[in-house]
Design a protein around this ligand. Structure first.
Ligand SMILES: [Zn+2]
Length: 357
């Protein structure tokens, strides 16, 4: 029931300081999402998968991927989508794939027929959608069903037939939602949440008891039996709380209108460069920490560093001055949100992963 994030790129705008541009896998018990998919994503994925096999003790099956969720249309977050989709076609993928991302309300009006000349920013996902289709990203060409969906946060359009739909839920027990963020193009944060599980009556530990005693315990009532007092709670498996992660994409410092257990947030700059952060609608590490507090996030993971930062040490200490549970991500790291809602940070090294104490 854990939720695991595989971080495949922590650089902003361009590869720098040994970091690659954005792209993360969110692994749930029901399947995987990829949030953003920048240039060279599949190179990193190939390497990461072989390291998971060699050192992580398991395979990451791409057939488990159900959706690519895009936070915005800047190419360092999207350029890897089409080549990777073509690789999945070569690998014989048959399962449906959702590709979901934000656009403007004007574009949604136009798509739904109300406006013939919407204003479109240069890297709007609707432009990229048209290009991808021209370049062969159709269900027909790829050999597996692709469902493209664009939305403005309120309204979502199925690009395959132009109909208005509600935000798709590609999995049954894992819910996704989009939360508007503030950047130079339409952008959103993605929240992915797992349902909790109630404790169940444990038949094995009660198997030697008479049926009426079992029934009483199963109904949640304590009972006397054989001179002992039996507590109903001792005959239940532990319940597992729900858990949630939000991944921000690029954004100026602003509140995200939802809470979460783990917030993965951009920290392009340090507070010393807050003026540049504000100008380009990015966040500082301190700003990410303030947003984590607003979201009631138990844990904050910093990512998306400017090329001017050769280490994330200062980002980490800046955020830790504000929030009590912060990690700074590097390419290849893994984060595990455990059933007790503690966070395990697995740090990438040449010989696999080591756990940060
Ligand atoms: Zn970015």
């Amino acid at each position: 029931m854990t939720l695991e994030v595989h971080v495949l790129g922590t650089s902003s705008a361009r590869p720098a300081q040994g970091r690659s541009v954005s792209g993360s896998i969110i692994e749930t018990p029901e399947g995987m999402f990829v949030v953003d998919c920048g240039e060279g994503f599949q190179n990193r994925l190939v390497k990461h998968r072989s390291q998971m096999k060699n050192f992580g003790g398991r395979r990451l099956k791409m057939s488990k991927l159900s959706a690519i969720l895009l936070t915005h249309g800047h190419l360092d977050h999207t350029w890897g989508v089409l080549p990777w989709m073509q690789t999945m076609a070569l690998d014989g993928r048959k399962d449906k794939l959702w590709v979901i991302g934000p656009t403007t309300s004007e574009v949604i009006d136009a798509l739904l027929g109300g406006d013939v000349e919407p204003e479109v920013t240069q890297s709007d996902l609707v432009i990229q959608y048209d290009m991808w289709m021209d370049l062969g990203a159709t269900t027909e060409e790829l050999g597996y069903e692709v469902q493209w969906v664009l939305g403005d946060g309120e309204r979502w359009v199925n690009m395959n037939d132009g109909s208005q739909i509600s935000l798709p839920q590609p999995m049954k027990k894992v819910k996704i939602s989009a939360h508007s963020t503030q950047h130079t193009v339409p952008s959103c944060a993605w929240r992915i949440s797992l349902e909790g599980r109630k404790g169940k009556f444990d038949r094995a530990s009660s198997k030697n008891l008479p049926d009426e005693i079992k029934a009483t315990l199963a109904a949640g009532k304590d009972v006397e039996y054989g001179g002992k007092s039996l507590k109903a709670i001792d005959f239940r498996t532990d319940s597992v709380p729900g858990k949630s992660v939000i991944i921000s994409g690029d954004t100026a410092e602003q509140a995200i209108d939802s809470n979460c257990d783990l917030l993965i947030h951009e920290a392009t700059f340090l507070q010393a460069h807050v003026d540049i952060a504000n100008e380009h609608l990015h966040s500082t590490a301190a700003g990410a920490a303030r947003t984590a507090i607003e979201c009631d996030a138990k844990h904050l993971a910093l990512t998306h560093y400017s090329g001017r930062l050769d280490s994330h040490d200062d980002s980490l200490s800046e955020a830790r001055d504000i929030h009590s549970s912060v990690v700074a991500l590097s390419d290849g790291d893994r984060l595990v949100l455990n059933d007790d809602l503690s966070l395990t940070h697995l740090i990438k090294s040449e010989e696999g992963w080591s756990q940060q104490i």
